[in-house]
Design a protein around this ligand. Structure first.
Ligand code: FE
Length: 174
């Protein structure tokens, strides 16, 4: 009897998980092997300061919400294991464990590395409604999130390569 109850409870939890979309109810499915506690600090710089630090294309995408051309970035076809950090401030953002082949020409992930690392913002530019995603620490533009991703989240974080830096596991574990 107890096992039946546990099974039913589990099914209810799984079922409700599928329909949960709000930021607060999201949970992280894949736990990366390192989970850095994000302390919540923010990095603020002037436009000129960012311009001095970033390469021109990174400045255009990260600070002016631009988009790199599909299939031109460094990471859309990167299959190596490792960690993707913010191209501007190095905050860990995505794990290769959640990367999938989307066919779009941009690196695609089904979830961020942890809760609160990636901020969402309504984007009404270009005449359609999208959800923009930004690095929570430096407010750098990363890309957009769509609800046509694979299991287990059903989300597709479509991210510009130039907004990321990849740290292979081989380097990270030295
Ligand atoms: Fe950042």
């Amino acid at each position: 009897m107890k096992s039946v109850f546990v099974l039913m409870f589990s099914l209810v939890m799984i079922g409700s998980g599928c329909s949960q979309n709000s930021q607060q109810e999201k949970s992280i499915v894949v736990a990366p092997d390192i989970f850095l506690e994000y302390s919540g600090e923010r990095i603020e710089k002037t436009d000129n300061e960012w311009k001095a630090i970033l390469e021109p294309e990174a400045y255009y995408v990260l600070r002016q919400a631009g988009t790199e051309r599909a299939f031109t970035g460094k990471y859309w076809d990167n299959k190596a294991d490792g960690l993707y950090v913010c191209g501007a401030c190095d905050l860990p953002l995505f794990s290769s464990e959640t990367k999938f082949k989307s066919g779009t020409g941009w690196p695609s992930f089904f979830e961020p590395i942890g809760l609160g690392y990636v901020a969402e913002k309504v984007d009404r530019s270009h005449g359609w409604l999208r959800t923009e995603v930004r690095c929570v620490r430096c407010d750098g533009h990363l890309g957009h999130v769509f609800e046509d991703g694979p299991r287990p989240t059903g989300l597709r974080y479509c991210i510009n390569s130039v907004s990321l830096k990849f740290i292979p596991d081989s380097v990270r574990h030295e």
